[in-house]
Design a protein around this ligand. Structure first.
Ligand code: GLU
Length: 502
């Protein structure tokens, strides 16, 4: 089939490092977006041949984060009613088969040189570079390719360990076009015969990635810029095995605001941490899309459907992207503000339950049904005020747990030119007169009167009330808050606080 009409097949191929890095999440998302856009297939492959580092849990973390982001993959070995990802550790036979084929065709050869002796030669060569010597970097001299068939057989028979080296063709020019970085030309003579199967039988990355991408019929390789320099070696392997070469798109690096490689110093770098901190998947995806891609100069918020429609590999910028935590926070707040209340209620409920469980507390006032009702009433009050779900906890926890006044609250009015005690006594009496439903309108009316009688600003009266009922100068809108809190609890807290400052 002509390349243009071929079904688009892309893949995300993480190594299990223990978490899904924000940069890897972007790679996964760009692949997913492209597959959706082209009605193609998105394949997930875990590159887990590095046995020392590979641990089941680290794979689960990555899968869970991808699922949380909604980046569902299309195929793989069936498992538990869905697809498991492909795993390189289960495909070792396949890599061996193709390596044998390369040996047979004299495009690869067994290398019996011990890594230690080669290392010593390499070091020695380096030494000579500073002194006499020819100044050229060490390049393996193919001595094992020159071994006679008889020596090879004898070596194998004696159990001598060997790696398999790819035979880099002489004077071959490697030319490829990267969607982002343009045309790239490399002379193969600069490339040493590199190892494709290690002495322990495991394939190296550059080799297994090609065998897999080819057998999985990947049409577009979209991955981090750090792999641009690996591409020429991979192209040599595609050519040697007679495989179709996919299109390449390397995504620009993600840097911190200071221009350094993105690290923990710049904020959380794992998706798991963002989940924990109460970010929304819509916001994360939207923000990831802006790391290296832009639709125009001004639009910053896109729904997933808009991204699928507007995303183009051609419009990826090769300038490194800068990660801006504050912007991500802004985008998250935007999605919270624009969310259906009923959806936000569910998310807040999860956060609040988690919070109460972590403190081994339950809402002293509420049965689970009441909890939901309460959250439904709270949601519109906090929606405009929070940037993350977790942040909502600070704002609303006094609805659910007893207040334990902080020292800061206890001393809040000390050294302030204000008679908090007198004001609170008036507030107490004024609120006591409001009927039991404690409607916001009435409490507001009565507190306005208090302010008037004491010749104070309503703001001052509200501030005093907040410290007493909320243990903080910041709360959701005061009168609605008191209405939800209820008359009894509101008055009790004012009384408690009066006792403290008396
Ligand atoms: N396992 C490689 C990585 O995590 C994949 C690179 C690729 O996509 O080819 O960097």
């Amino acid at each position: 089939m002509d390349k243009k009409n071929k079904e688009v097949r892309v893949r995300f191929a993480p190594s299990p490092t223990g978490y899904l890095h924000i940069g890897s999440a972007r790679t996964a998302f760009f692949n997913w977006l492209y597959a959706k856009k082209k009605a193609g297939q998105f394949i997930l492959r875990i590159e887990d041949t590095d046995i020392a580092r590979h641990q089941e849990e680290t794979i689960d973390i990555i899968l869970n984060s991808l699922k949380w982001l909604g980046l569902d993959w299309n195929e793989g070995p069936e498992s538990g009613g869905g697809y498991g990802p492909y795993r390189q550790s289960l495909r070792l036979e396949i890599y061996k088969k193709y390596a044998d084929k390369l040996i047979e065709e004299k495009k690869a050869y067994r290398c019996f040189c011990s890594p230690e002796s080669l290392k010593a030669e390499r070091e020695n060569k380096k030494d000579r570079e500073v002194g006499p010597g020819d100044g050229k970097a060490f390049k393996y001299d193919r001595r094992c390719f020159k071994l006679s068939q008889k020596s090879i057989e004898a070596n194998i028979e004696s159990g001598k360990p060997f790696a398999i080296r790819f035979m880099v063709p002489e004077n071959e020019v490697i030319n490829f076009r990267d969607t982002v970085y343009g045309n790239i030309t490399i002379n193969a003579s600069n490339i040493e015969d590199f190892i494709i199967i290690r002495t322990n039988g495991l394939p190296t990355y550059n080799y297994s990635v090609v065998v897999d991408d080819a057998l999985m019929k990947i049409t577009h390789v979209i991955r981090g810029e750090d792999h641009l320099s690996n591409t020429p070696k991979q192209i040599l392997i595609y050519r040697a095995l007679g495989f179709d070469i996919p299109d390449f798109t390397h995504l620009p690096m993600i840097l911190g605001q200071d221009g350094q490689k993105l690290s923990k110093r710049h904020g959380s770098i794992s998706i798991e941490k963002y989940i924990e901190d109460g970010f929304l998947k819509e916001a994360i995806l939207n923000y990831l899309a802006l790391l290296g891609w832009a639709y125009d100069e001004k639009t910053t918020t896109f729904s997933i459907d808009e991204l699928i429609e507007k995303f183009e590999l051609d419009s990826i910028n090769k300038k490194p992207a800068k990660f801006d935590y504050d912007k991500l926070l802004w985008v998250n707040g935007y999605y919270i503000r624009n969310m259906e209340n009923s959806v936000l209620e569910k998310l807040l409920e999860t956060q609040i339950k988690k919070y109460l469980a972590s403190r081994e507390m339950s809402d002293p006032e509420s049965s689970p049904g009441n909890l939901q009702q309460k959250i439904a009433r709270i949601t519109p009050l906090v929606k405009e005020r929070i940037k993350t779900l977790k942040e909502s906890i600070n704002l609303v926890s006094p609805f659910f747990i007893e207040t334990v006044y902080s020292d800061q609250s206890k001393n809040y009015f000390k050294n302030k030119n204000i008679d908090a005690l007198k004001i609170l006594n008036s507030i107490y009496s004024a609120l006591d007169e409001v009927d039991d439903r404690f409607p916001a309108k009435e409490t507001e009316g009565n507190l306005r009167l208090v302010a008037k009688n004491l010749n104070l600003n309503l703001r001052k009266v509200a501030e005093v009330t907040r410290i007493a009922i909320w243990n903080s100068p910041v709360s959701p809108p005061l009168f609605e808050t008191m209405e939800i809190l209820g008359k009894e609890l509101t008055l009790r807290r004012i009384k408690d606080y009066i006792k403290i400052i008396s």
